[in-house]
Each structure stands twice: as C-alpha cells, then as structure tokens.
Design a protein around this ligand. Structure first.
Ligand SMILES: Cc1cc2nc3c(=O)[nH]c(=O)nc-3n(C[C@H](O)[C@H](O)[C@H](O)COP(=O)(O)O)c2cc1C
Length: 245
C-alpha cells in the first residue's frame, strides 16, 4: 500500500471547508485500492517555532536542536509517504501561520544554501532526501474566485518544489458555499475532485483538461457576489443581535 500524507493547515481542523475538496480527492485516490491516507491537522500538533540557528544544515547534520515536540514525527511521515498533500486556506495571500511555522522547522529537508546561482527552473535548494518518487499536491482554499489570489503562494511553492514539479488543485468559494447551505448541487460539484483523485491514482498525474477543470470555480462572478453579500448580511445581523444581549 502506498502512503498518502495530508497536512491539513486549516485552524478549523476537521471543520475545514478546503478539506471537503481534499477528502473528495482522497476518495478517488483510494478507490483504486493502492493508496492509504493519513490526515494530520497541523493545528493539533505541538510545533515550536524555528530558532533560526541553522544548526540542522551544519553542526547537527539534519537534527533539529529543538526536541520534545511533534516535528520529528511529521518529518518521518513525510519521508515514508509517496504522496504529500498540503491542504490549507489562503490567509492574507499566504499560507496560514501554523503551517508556515511547521515548514520552517522542516528546513533540514531542503538542501542547504551553498551560494550557488538561482537555478533556471528547478527548486531553489533541492532536497536533502530523494524526492524523485514522491508526488506533491497543493490544495489551497480561498474566498476569492480568481486564480491570481494563489499566485503569491504559487511563487513560494515554485521556489520550494520547482515550477511544474507539483500539482495544484484550487478550491475557491467553498467556505461561502458551505456557509450558505446550498448543498445538494454543490455536493455533486465536489465529485469532480473525486474523479481527479482517481485519475491521479491511475496515471500519477492529471491531464491538462482535468487540471483546468479542478481550478474552475463553481459560481460565476455575478452569482458569487450575491452569495457573498448574503453571507455578510447574515454575519452583520448576528453582530447586531449580539449587541442586544
Ligand atoms: C485570517 C484570514 C485571512 C484570509 N485571507 C484570505 C485571502 O488573502 N484571500 C482569500 O481569497 N481568502 C482569504 N481568507 C478566506 C479563507 O481563505 C477562506 O475562508 C477559506 O476557504 C477557508 O478555508 P477552511 O475552511 O479550509 O479553513 C482569509 C481568512 C482568514 C480567516
């Protein structure tokens, strides 16, 4: 059985709406019977922030000077998994804080900086382990519908993994759609992610057509605008009610 590790970076843990996309993708991936997945809620982990000492790149040869938290366990699981899925909400055009704190602590997984010129295409550092047989899948969830919201993060992942060296499944609008409880049609829409997971399990990559399909938002801009307006109407109403108490 091949191992799939999901790092869920949403502070909402199992309540993550991005995970609706991820779970559908996993359903498809596991349907072939070849893969078994494990989900780690990053918010539930004990992860102390990196001290910035760079010891892991030199004097301790890969070992972090911080001990007694969950980072080594995550590192081991990354090393033994064939697919690593990063599922997270976009927070202020970046990855959420807790996931970033974990990334920093995983510095030893990157090859150390040795003053070489920036590579043309590939990852900036390369890796301290053999990543060639692993697949990286990035699933960012966000409120905006436009792919451009992901571009700042895409740039970061291009630096880490290399352009075109990872698969992105964009999950816009999902949180608003879930909040507005328009479920039956929406649940049907989510099955496209399941189909994508199955395709990935069978081929090891997504076709261009599927890639385009999985980044397409559910609602048109006009319909989505109405939905967002209604969402804030309800939120503002709840605030006014809270003042009466
Ligand atoms: C602190 C914070 C910052 C956010 N920043 C952005 C943003 O920059 N762009 C965006 O499209 N959505 C932004 N959002 C909305 C979330 O990305 C969106 O609600 C997401 O779908 C939630 O996913 P989750 O349910 O998996 O946590 C932000 C939300 C929060 C709480």
């Amino acid at each position: 059985m091949k191992k799939v590790l999901v790092l869920n970076g949403s502070p909402k843990k199992d309540g993550s709406t991005t995970m609706l996309v991820t779970n559908n993708f996993l359903k498809g991936l596991e349907s072939t019977g070849e893969y078994k997945s494990e989900i780690i809620n990053v918010s539930s982990l004990n992860v102390k922030p990196c001290k910035g000492c760079l010891s892991c790149w030199g004097r301790t040869n890969g070992k972090c000077v911080i001990s007694g938290d969950d980072v080594q366990m995550v590192k081991d699981k990354i090393l033994e998994s064939q697919i690593i899925i990063l599922s997270f909400p976009i927070f202020i055009f970046g990855i959420p804080g807790e996931l970033k704190v974990l990334f920093d602590r995983l510095l030893s997984l990157l090859h150390r900086y040795e003053g070489l010129p920036v590579p043309e295409k590939g990852p900036m550092h390369g890796f301290s382990f053999d990543i060639s047989k692993k697949k990286i899948i990035v699933i960012p969830g966000c409120a905006w519908s436009d792919w451009r919201v992901f571009e700042p993060i895409e740039m970061q992942f291009d630096c880490i993994f290399g352009k075109g060296e990872y698969t992105t499944i964009f999950a816009p609008q999902i949180r608003t759609a879930v909040a507005m409880k328009i479920r039956p049609r929406f649940v049907k829409f989510l099955t496209k992610y399941e189909a994508a997971g199955k395709e990935f399990a069978e081929k090891g990559f997504l076709s261009e057509e599927t890639k385009q399909n999985v980044i397409k938002p559910y609602y048109s801009d006009a319909v989505y605008k109405q939905l967002v307006d209604s969402f804030w109407e309800i939120e503002d109403g709840a605030y006014k009610e809270s003042l009466k108490k």
